[in-house]
Design a protein around this ligand. Structure first.
Ligand code: SAH
Length: 466
């Protein structure tokens, strides 16, 4: 069983610091079911690959009763795939041998653990019960580009078809610890088995390793059921707690994902162009009192505050953490009284009718709609156009057609893991025109960022006037 992880960000050998394993050495670790070896087949400045080779001892499995129990303790115990495939044995090996990397620690270079790296993991043989489609449903929502190579059941009998085994590569720009965590949790899920008894502490383990991604994963129920070996009582408990976890802090992972999106868009300095375009639009319609819906960490608010034209500014976001950061960035606690009176931050959801949102000249909704489920978008439309009803509305959203121009963005991927959709120009304009017609606004569209002849501009903007 072989897992390799490749880093191509220079100096690529930084991977050694993150894994706590010296690229120049082969290291071996005894485990209860065999032995794990870590070595680097490639360790150059440009490209560094670490390999975790798992040597499962089939005789030891039987002797220690760690292998499959078998029907009545017969053949399965002796003839099975366990030594050759990625399974819960691999997860145990990762937790033992790469413990600090898995928990996001680096003794030598702690700052590295937060860095997003272009990483590629390759699992030599991965059993995928549920097939390739299920494999993709597990990893793609987490932002991985998944490549698979299926294996025939038996090369001598092609008519038997393909097996449940695949060679799989996972590619993403991500933190090493996230990659390891996803492999750690999802490999036994794909295998739909575990070599050990699953008890209460397995729920804790799942919640700990699932923190920040499992609660919003579309396959979270399947993942939980399979991870807990279909023990319904445990799965129920875990799922209930997952939802709890989700509620108080909707975007624990939001900041990391925002940085990813920024990195993809950075070469264009799109953020600045977007803010300038929005401010220009606000001025063109003479807005003085502005509410920024889904204000996040307050990038637009800061520009508005610096401009005296805007005399009443309110930021709204569902994320308490984002608002805290906004308050810090705007130095709200140090502003002179007259400035302080101009701005106000409130926590609120855009899904619910809220009196505090009415009475503004303009509302801005910058890079927010694509974070809302399509079903929830309908609620938001009413909140904004029917109830808050400002005189002007400025909405921006990514233009998905432009994604082919981002070199670091894999084909078919959205710019941010939390985006529920990204629209073409036609889709966005269709949606916006429909809102305008329904709620009595005129709408026009402007490109933001350099426009490409065929795919348009990176960001699209709609300006509604009542
Ligand atoms: N407008 C900001 C942030 C965009 S990120 C900017 O351009 O930088 C999207 C923001 O929408 C996040 O801060 C998120 O917390 C917020 N958001 C998502 N769903 C929301 C909801 N239902 N109610 C309020 N805010 C929401």
């Amino acid at each position: 069983m072989l897992l390799t992880i490749t880093n191509t960000a220079t100096p690529a050998t930084d991977l050694g610091y993150l894994l706590h394993k010296n690229p120049a050495r082969l290291q071996s670790f005894p485990l209860s079911f065999g032995e794990a070896h870590v070595f680097y087949p490639d360790a150059s400045h440009e490209r560094c690959t670490a390999a975790l080779l798992l040597d499962v001892d089939p005789v030891g499995l039987v002797r220690n009763r760690r292998g499959p129990s078998g029907e009545g303790g017969t053949l399965d115990q002796y003839v099975n795939d366990r030594p050759y495939v990625a399974s819960s044995f691999l997860s145990v090996a990762i937790a033992r041998v790469l413990a600090s990397a898995l928990s996001g620690k680096s003794k030598g270079r702690p700052e590295l653990t937060e860095v997003l790296l272009p990483l590629e993991a390759r699992l030599s043989v991965l059993p995928c019960r549920g097939g390739e489609a299920f494999l993709r449903r597990l990893f793609e929502p987490l932002g991985y580009e998944v490549t698979t190579q299926p294996h025939e059941l038996d090369g001598n009998f092609p008519e038997w078809g393909s097996s449940a085994y695949f060679t799989v590569t996972l590619k993403a720009v991500t933190r090493l610890r996230d990659l390891l965590t996803h492999i750690y949790v999802l490999v036994p899920v794909l295998d739909n088995d575990k070599h050990y008894w699953v008890g209460d502490d397995e729920v804790e383990k799942l919640l700990r390793h699932g923190s920040g991604w499992l609660a919003t994963h579309p396959e979270r129920e399947q993942i939980t059921n399979r991870y807990l070996k279909h023990r319904r009582d445990l799965a129920r408990e875990a799922l209930a707690r997952l939802v709890d976890e989700e509620a108080p802090d909707p975007d624990l992972t939001e900041r990391v994902r925002n940085t990813e999106e920024e990195q993809i868009e950075r070469p264009l300095n799109l953020n600045e162009q977007r803010i300038n375009a929005v401010v220009a639009a606000l001025k063109s319609c003479g807005a003085k009192r502005v509410v920024d819906l889904g204000c996040g960490e307050g990038k637009l608010l800061r520009t508005l505050l610096e401009d005296r034209v805007f005399d009443q500014i309110m930021g709204v976001d569902v994320s308490h953490r984002a608002l805290e950061i906004a308050a810090e960035r705007l130095h709200l606690d140090r502003l002179p009284a007259r400035q302080r009176e101009r701005i106000n931050l409130i926590q609120g959801s855009l899904m619910y009718r809220d009196k505090r949102l009415s009475g503004f000249d303009a509302a801005t909704v910058i890079e927010v709609i694509e974070h809302l489920d399509q079903a929830r978008l309908a609620a938001f439309e009413r909140v904004l156009f029917e109830f808050a009803k400002p005189k002007a509305i400025v909405i921006t959203t990514p233009n998905v057609e432009y994604n082919v121009k981002f070199e670091t963005l894999p084909a078919g991927k959205l710019r941010h893991k939390d985006h529920r959709f990204e629209w073409t120009r036609l889709q966005f304009q269709g949606w916006a025109q429909h809102q305008a017609d329904q709620y009595g606004y005129n709408v026009r569209f402007l490109p933001v960022g350099v426009e490409d002849e065929s795919v348009g501009s990176p960001t699209q903007m709609a300006i509604f006037i009542a």
